[in-house]
Ligand binder design. Structure first.
Ligand SMILES: [Zn+2]
Length: 373
């Protein structure tokens, strides 16, 4: 396990490669954003895209903006409106929406003045799918990802809405190769590689936990559509900055406070859903990182803190186990909490973890004196 010498990401994180100088692909992404990408030209390209979109939308909705109600959703809607697009907000409604998440979503619809679909999947189907995805792939977040990609894409095709405005380009923000970092399109190829779907589609899950073909309809992508919406990362056209997005969102009514912190080190992020912390927590078993590794690395690159300060922060915080969310998830799944831990154990990556004196450890871990549990 090698760590980037600029930020704190290890090469076990998907998309992260570390070059001969010890610098990771996410830090190269930051350099791309600061020095390489011509943002004026990108903004002009967006204006061109808006003009083409308007010509195609024929007076209907110009774009679908997939929204959760979080800071980035607000920013995406604000940006779309700023450029004269008429957006339709589309949400995959998590079965575990938080209070603050609901409030922010309601306020977003009202204060930004948008039409909105809060798309709810039968919770019993979600329950079965989450159990199957967790036991089979160790991925509680897989059904969420499949739904939140499939629903907006399907609606855009069916309602003939010519554009889908996604948020950041994750390969530019969190590590990816050069081609991926400079890409602006979320297409089928991107979904297959980066959609967190683990090479599965809806049909793969038919029969698991009694899921039927018809249960999985909302998770299915349109086949051979006769209408092709464009599907873009907003973060490929305007420099993405989570802190700046939060500031812009807050200036229009997005709310959060320190007590909302669920995972990682940012109280303004990942606050819409009680289950998102599990998705991030399982990266500890698979890649030896927590959400804080991502958050703090972004802050190092922004110049908010030094690498040493980030390491100190991690050492002081220690392991953040989302106990309450795990209990909530098990109650939802109608499984005992022991089940969660047994399944998680099965996905512990033996390439990075070793068992020593009764405890699992990561040799060469970033933080000396870490309290292994
Ligand atoms: Zn780095």
């Amino acid at each position: 396990m090698r760590y980037c010498q600029v930020c704190i990401l290890p090469d076990t994180r998907p998309g992260i490669e570390i070059d001969a100088e010890g610098v990771c692909t996410a830090c190269h992404g930051h350099r791309d954003k600061e020095e390489r990408i011509d943002w004026t030209a990108r903004a002009a390209a967006f204006e061109q895209l808006v003009a083409e979109t308007k010509a195609r939308s024929a007076g209907g909705y110009d774009c679908i903006v997939p929204v959760s109600g979080g800071k980035d959703s607000w920013y995406q809607i604000i940006k779309a409106q700023e450029y004269g697009l008429k957006p339709l907000g589309v949400t995959w409604r998590t079965p575990a929406r938080t209070e603050i998440g609901q409030r922010n979503l309601d306020h977003m619809v009202r204060k930004l003045g948008i039409d909105h679909i809060d798309f709810t999947i039968d919770p019993e189907v979600e329950r079965k799918f989450m159990i199957a995805a967790y036991e089979d792939k160790g991925a509680t977040g897989l059904p969420m990802h499949m739904a939140l990609f499939a629903i907006p894409i399907t609606l855009a095709v069916r309602l003939r809405i010519p554009l889908i405005v996604w948020g950041e380009n994750p390969q530019l923000e969190y590590g990816g190769n050069e081609v991926e970092r400079l890409a602006d399109t979320l297409d089928a190829d991107w979904l297959a590689r980066h959609g967190c779907l683990q090479s599965t589609d809806a049909d793969y899950w038919v029969g698991r936990e009694g899921l039927t073909e018809s249960d999985l309809v909302p998770y299915r992508f349109p086949r051979d559509p006769d209408f092709q919406p464009r599907s873009i990362f907003l973060g490929a056209f305007f420099k993405w900055d989570s802190f700046e997005n939060t500031r812009i969102a807050a200036s229009r009514g997005f709310a959060h406070d320190e007590g909302d912190l669920k995972t990682g080190s940012w109280a303004f992020a990942d606050i819409d859903c009680h289950f998102i912390s599990l998705h991030h927590f399982l990266k500890w078993y698979k890649f030896g990182i927590t959400r804080s590794f991502d958050n703090l690395s972004v802050q190092i690159r922004r110049g908010d803190m030094s690498r040493a300060e980030a390491i100190r922060h991690l050492a002081e915080t220690g392991m953040q186990v989302p106990e309450e969310d795990i209990r909530r998830f098990c109650a939802f799944a109608r499984r005992p909490v022991e089940w969660f831990w047994e399944v998680a154990e099965g996905f512990r990556n033996r390439d990075i973890w070793v068992r020593e004196n009764g405890a699992w450890k990561i040799p060469g871990f970033l933080i000396e004196g870490w309290r292994w549990q």
